[in-house]
Write a protein that binds this ligand. Structure first.
Ligand SMILES: [Fe+2]
Ligand SMILES: [Fe+2]
Length: 192
């Protein structure tokens, strides 16, 4: 017992020294945290690649021209998010690879369910589409916000800057969707 408790702090101290040495050598050996960061980038890469295919379907299902235009705009922006992630992978000397994002798969399934459960040409459907789209945007905001901080923790200001650009666009999209809901959709949906 006594031996174990004495040995443990020594081991921990040795581990810290190794990590510090790695960092001062310019992150040559990828840390576990770096690997975890790459894994999460692959997750959001999968999410964006599937979202870019789902948004045109949401545009087609939309009733109001304002919402259709917003989905059209965000399809193009989502393609930019994919390109930005590819830039990030290149900066990190990693191959751009997608890893299934269960959260986005579920959110897109929910969007499909809303389209199936509502009648075309109604504002109720548009209200539902906005609900589904805002859930997606909030998921993206949470993800990019965290990944930007991770990049900063890894001393990658270049990567943090790129992730921050996408983060700001996701936030602006969320605000734009709220404005469309308030100005063009919700009152009519309530009256249907
Ligand atoms: Fe995105
Ligand atoms: Fe988005």
């Amino acid at each position: 017992m006594a031996t174990t408790s004495k040995a443990a702090p020594a081991k921990a101290a040795a581990k810290t020294t190794v990590k510090k040495a790695t960092k001062s050598a310019g992150n040559i050996t990828p840390s576990e945290f770096h690997e975890f960061f790459i894994d999460e980038l692959k997750d959001i890469y999968w999410a964006e690649k599937h979202l870019v295919k789902a948004l045109p379907k949401m545009k087609k299902a939309a009733t109001s021209p304002e919402l259709a235009a917003a989905f059209e705009k965000h399809t193009q922006e989502t393609q930019t998010h994919i390109d930005t992630l590819e830039q990030v992978f290149a900066l990190l000397d990693e191959k751009a690879a997608a890893k299934k994002c269960d959260a986005m798969a579920g959110l897109l399934e929910e969007a499909t369910g809303i389209i199936e459960d509502t009648d075309s040409g109604t504002m109720i459907r548009d209200a539902g589409l906005i609900l589904a789209a805002q859930k997606v945007e909030h998921y993206e905001i949470a993800t990019y916000g965290t990944l930007k901080v991770f990049a900063e923790n890894l001393d990658r200001a270049d990567v943090a800057e790129l992730l921050g650009q996408t983060l700001e666009n996701e936030k602006a999209t969320d605000v734009a969707l709220t404005e469309i809901a308030v100005n063009a959709i919700n009152a009519e949906a309530a009256a249907e």
